[in-house]
Design a protein around this ligand. Structure first.
Ligand code: S3P
Length: 440
């Protein structure tokens, strides 16, 4: 398979990151719009949808289960829901590509169906842990086989019903929580899912928008499936803060920068990247905060600032879980040491993000040491340029693109095709605000 290489070059002296940008739609919210739209009654209209490969894998899975999904323009979808009990047996294995969110949420939705299904994915997905979902689903009475070690493919067998569950999640994971919420809609009795720390709550918010609220009691989500039904609605997907994060860091590290990021989702369970950057001294302003479709949205202005290394508070880890690759680049540019602990989850993302980042940082002359559950980065030294491997991980590729802005020479980044999983036209948008990157 051919793979893209990115070459990111330092900004010329006097140049900076400037202008206005609306990054593509939120990946997590886009997935959920398709899933909930599919099991709702009526036609759900989605705007701002992210046409990334991960979300298209979700769309294709539901099409294979008999759901009519039409694409309007680039970012609009129209989903004709089949109701909670209207999905049809897929005639083929559902291939979810690189998408952990698709496979984990779908495993919950499909665990209680009266048909068999098989879920698989690409080489990276086949290495990702699924016991975190298959164990609690088995407790609910689901019949799911994995390959050795609890990895996909997942073979889900038809069941006549599921039992409710009372479950304290061992990891703070929105994918596990959402998986169990979806399964609980098909169970008999009231389920309680307890989070060890707050995680993104898009599923809960969107279910309310579909007229099917779940309860919340402190750290517990309460799902009562009695009489549950979802009614189609309009979903307006905000720009993805996880994609905006690359530009928050870009503008923060290039002197003279002043950038406005438009219509960004600022759900409190997602803003760890803003909290952490501000604690490092970033100049970030939240402008015209508003609520759209149950999700808070704002424009974000970011200007250059001298950053300082910090010990990242562990309570921010689940709130910034996808943004650490680019936060490590911010740390490399900050004065002093940055320490991250309590983030062992980074080892089981699209790649082992602690190892991928340490290897890449060392390759461009930044002192970084891997820890079991985090990293230590010595900031403020020179970034030399050089060659790094993204390990097929979209966020590693985009993070090192931003390091190239302030390196002495070009950074060549290998294996970048998967940037399309979350950020189609990353190169085009990045160039628009002054990032000198090309793909070859
Ligand atoms: C996601 C949850 C997070 C995140 C992923 C998307 C979601 O995963 O890393 O990119 O949409 O629920 P975990 O739940 O495994 O932390």
């Amino acid at each position: 398979m051919s793979s893209l290489t990115f070459i990111s070059r330092p900004v010329s002296s006097g140049d900076s990151i400037n202008g206005e940008l609306r990054v593509p739609g939120d990946k997590s919210i886009s997935h959920r719009s398709v899933m909930l739209g599919a099991i709702a009654e009526g036609v759900t209209e989605v705007s701002g949808f992210l046409q990334g490969d991960d979300n298209l894998a979700t769309v294709n899975a539901f099409r294979a289960m008999g759901v009519n999904i039409e694409q309007g323009n680039d970012t609009e979808l129209s989903i004709t829901g089949v109701g909670l009990h209207g999905l049809q047996a897929p005639q083929k294995t559902l291939d979810l590509g690189n998408s952990g969110t698709s496979i984990r949420l779908l495993s919950g939705l499909l665990a209680g169906q009266k048909f068999d299904s098989v879920l698989t994915g690409d080489a990276s997905l086949l290495k990702r842990p699924m016991r975190r979902v298959t164990l609690p689903l088995a407790e609910m009475g689901a019949d799911i086989a994995t390959v050795e070690g609890g990895m996909p493919p997942l073979s889900i067998s038809a069941v006549s019903s599921l039992n409710a569950i009372d479950y304290l999640m061992p990891v703070a994971s929105a994918q596990v929580k959402s998986c169990l919420i979806l399964a609980a809609l098909y169970a008999e009795g009231v389920s309680r899912i307890i989070e060890p720390a707050p995680t993104r709550d898009h599923t809960e918010r969107m279910l309310a928008g579909f007229g099917c609220s779940v309860g919340r009691d402190g750290d517990t989500v309460v799902v009562n499936p009695e009489g549950a039904r979802l009614s189609a609605c309009k979903v307006d997907v905000p720009a993805d803060i996880s994609s905006a994060a690359f530009f928050l860091v870009a503008a923060s590290i290039v002197p003279g920068s002043d950038l406005l990021l438009k219509h960004v989702g600022i759900n409190p369970t997602r803003i760890g990247v803003i909290n952490i950057l501000m604690q490092m001294g970033a100049n970030i302003e939240i402008i015209s905060e508003r609520e759209i479709g149950g999700e808070p949205v704002a424009d974000i202005r970011v200007r250059y600032a001298q950053l300082n290394g910090i010990h990242i508070p562990e309570d921010q880890v689940p709130l910034a879980i996808d943004e650490f690759p680019v936060l490590f680049i911010a740390a490399a540019c900050a004065e002093g040491e940055t320490i991250l602990t309590g983030a062992e989850e980074l080892r089981v993302k699209e790649s082992d993000r602690i190892q991928s980042m340490v290897d890449g940082l060392l390759a461009i002359g930044v002192k970084a040491v891997a820890q079991d559950d985090g990293i230590i980065i010595q900031g403020g030294g020179d970034i030399s340029g050089g060659e790094v491997d993204s390990h097929g991980d979209h966020r590693i590729a985009m993070a090192f693109t931003m390091a190239g802005l302030v390196s002495a020479g070009a950074i060549t980044i290998r294996d970048c095709s998967n940037v399309n999983t979350s950020f189609p036209d990353f190169i085009g948008l990045a160039r628009q605000v002054g990032v000198d990157v090309e793909s070859v």
